[in-house]
Design a protein around this ligand. Structure first.
Ligand SMILES: N[C@@H](CCC[C@H](N)C(=O)O)C(=O)O
Length: 286
């Protein structure tokens, strides 16, 4: 049971190629995902990339699973890692190709022999129906709304780039904020499909800092879709220009905002390991 592990700025993923798992028939089960991602009982990761899969619309299809077993529509770091895997395994010859995920179609460009990857991530929308946010309220752009979590009232903006995000602009951000309020925001009733959460500090017109609480994964050191959503929100609020560096605990991602909030994301990928999972790993239920 072959696995390939990579990280993108400390956000780590395990690639499992369906061709290596004929015994699993379709996708991994909830129990299999949880134990593989578990940091004590498994290989350990912030998620599983299940591909390549056939696609009618793109060169490759991909499914993305969070460590709690839920499925994500999109992952920026996951897409860079999967692109690097395809390149390393020589499953692509041309360094420019397309990938279909449940959250849409993206275009990948491999740079520096896979050290750096650029992805056209699609468009950010702030539309409440698309994200989705609070479907009982009026259809609207979710900009500067109020939300109370535990002891504190926040102002937030919501966005989607295929997967949902809740962005909280603040004068300063810390990992403590993400750990304290992130888990409550993730499952707040305003977000029927739950949400990823970013605590956003604008440093200047070209730099932002974020702390992240990921849906289905918890605190992570970096996130590509979070970088896209937070940069788009900062731009929508008029606080930054179109070329933005997103600073996270794990490192930096470059975001370029185009027409209609189209997002071009550039960042690194590092290979960690490849090997075989022992069948005993699956004897444990976590
Ligand atoms: N780490 C990812 C986001 C992964 C998916 C997310 N947890 C979700 O459920 O939407 C990224 O780099 O974008």
């Amino acid at each position: 049971m072959r696995f390939y592990k990579y990280h993108a700025l400390g956000n780590d993923y395990i690639v499992l190629n369906p061709a290596d798992f004929p015994q699993w028939k379709s996708a991994p089960t909830l129990d299999q995902i949880r134990v593989v991602c578990h940091r004590n009982f498994g290989v350990g990761s912030d998620g599983i990339l299940w591909g390549p899969l056939p696609s009618q619309k793109a060169d490759f299809g991909l499914r993305i699973f969070n460590p709690d077993g839920s499925e994500a529509e999109k992952s920026g770091n996951g897409l860079r890692i999967f692109s690097r895997y395809l390149w390393d395994q020589k499953l692509v010859k041309n360094p420019d190709f397309t990938i279909e995920v449940p959250g849409g179609l993206v275009r990948s460009v491999i740079l520096d022999n896979g050290q750096l990857i650029k992805i056209a991530m699609g468009n950010v929308s702030f539309d409440s129906a698309k994200i989705p946010v609070n479907l009982t309220g009026p259809a609207r752009e979710v900009i500067n709304e109020k939300i109370t979590i535990l002891d504190r009232e926040f102002t937030y903006c919501a966005a989607t780039i295929g997967n949902p995000h809740c962005v909280l602009p603040l004068p300063e951000v810390t990992s403590e904020l993400a750990h304290k309020y992130g888990p409550h925001l993730e499952v707040h009733a305003n977000f029927p499909r739950k949400t990823n959460v970013q605590f956003l500090q604008v440093l200047d017109r070209a730099n932002i800092r974020i702390e992240i609480w990921e849906r289905g994964a918890g605190y992570t050191l970096a996130s590509g879709s979070s970088s896209s959503a937070a940069a788009a929100v900062a731009h929508r609020l008029g606080l930054v220009d179109k070329d933005i560096t997103v600073h996270m605990p794990g490192g930096k991602i470059g975001i370029e905002i185009g027409d209609n909030f189209s997002i071009m994301m550039t960042g690194t990928v590092n290979k960690v390991a490849e090997g075989d999972m022992h069948p005993e790993l699956f004897a444990v239920k976590v």
